[in-house]
Design a protein around this ligand. Structure first.
Ligand code: ADP
Ligand code: ADP
Length: 219
């Protein structure tokens, strides 16, 4: 569902990505794990068309992002930090998102429920939401269109251990219903907690990949 094929990205002085290849299949939650500056955001941005690879290609549903069309090819994304209108509540923010995608209002109720924000829906996001609640709202936005591919940049930021367990349950459920999930994290324990597969990156290169068991056995 997600494929990186020898992707490199060079900024003026920096090689942000160096020959990155990996795939994420349907039903998998994969963590892209590495320290700050490793190239995680760059890779995710290239995947969803926010930036261009210098060489190589990244595809979703077997196509370049710009060539995707229709509900069968929906990709949900969350990139931090998300900017929210100061006057808008969580529900209003999602309602706008749903309208943009041409979705019925009841989808807003469904995603609010999925991320556990129903009881906070009428608070203003900027003044009334904690970082963890903003992460949940960001995930709710990403889920609006019932995406088959979900791309989340550092979704664990601002979540406490309980929030991380919730995130694991949510992502596992989505994967079990056929979604391919790719998330980035700079924390090993976080990646270990939410993902069933890990792709370790450092200085733009893939250093290792596999299940946690495989990595622990040193393969
Ligand atoms: P991560 O998400 O793992 O923290 P990034 O993808 O943000 O890493 O950054 C990878 C490297 O590329 C870093 O050295 C960063 O400074 C550099 N970089 C990222 N975006 C740009 C840009 N737009 N212009 C120049 N350098 C960039
Ligand atoms: P390109 O089109 O060359 O891929 P991007 O559009 O990906 O560049 O740049 C993304 C954003 O990252 C820009 O808004 C830029 O201001 C910002 N940026 C610039 N330098 C850096 C850096 N060193 N690390 C991270 N982000 C950066």
């Amino acid at each position: 569902m997600i494929e990186f094929n020898h992707v490199s990205k060079v900024y003026k002085e920096v090689k942000a990505l160096d020959d990155v290849s990996f795939t994420v299949g349907a039903g998998s939650v994969t963590a892209f794990l590495g320290p700050n500056g490793a190239g995680k955001s760059t890779a995710l941005r290239i995947l969803v068309g926010l930036s261009r690879a210098t060489s190589g290609s990244a595809t979703v549903f077997g196509r370049a992002y710009a060539e995707l069309d229709g509900p069968a090819h929906r990709v949900g994304t969350m990139f931090a930090p998300n900017a929210y209108h100061p006057g808008r509540t969580g529900r209003e923010s999602l309602t706008l998102g749903a309208m943009t995608l041409g979705l019925p209002r009841r989808r807003v109720d469904e995603v609010l429920d999925l991320v556990g924000l129903t009881h906070r829906e009428s608070r203003r996001v900027v003044k009334g939401y904690s970082l963890g609640m903003r992460q949940r709202l960001g995930v709710a936005h990403a889920l609006l269109g019932r995406p088959g591919v979900l791309v989340l940049d550092e979704p664990g930021n601002g979540l406490d251990p309980q929030g991380m367990r919730w995130m694991r349950g949510l992502l596992r459920g989505l994967a079990d219903s056929g979604c391919a999930v790719l998330l980035s994290s700079h924390l090993l324990h976080e990646a270990e907690e939410v993902a069933d597969r890990v792709v370790v990156v450092g200085r733009g290169r893939v250093l290792a990949q596999g299940t946690m068991d495989e990595l622990n056995r040193g393969r």
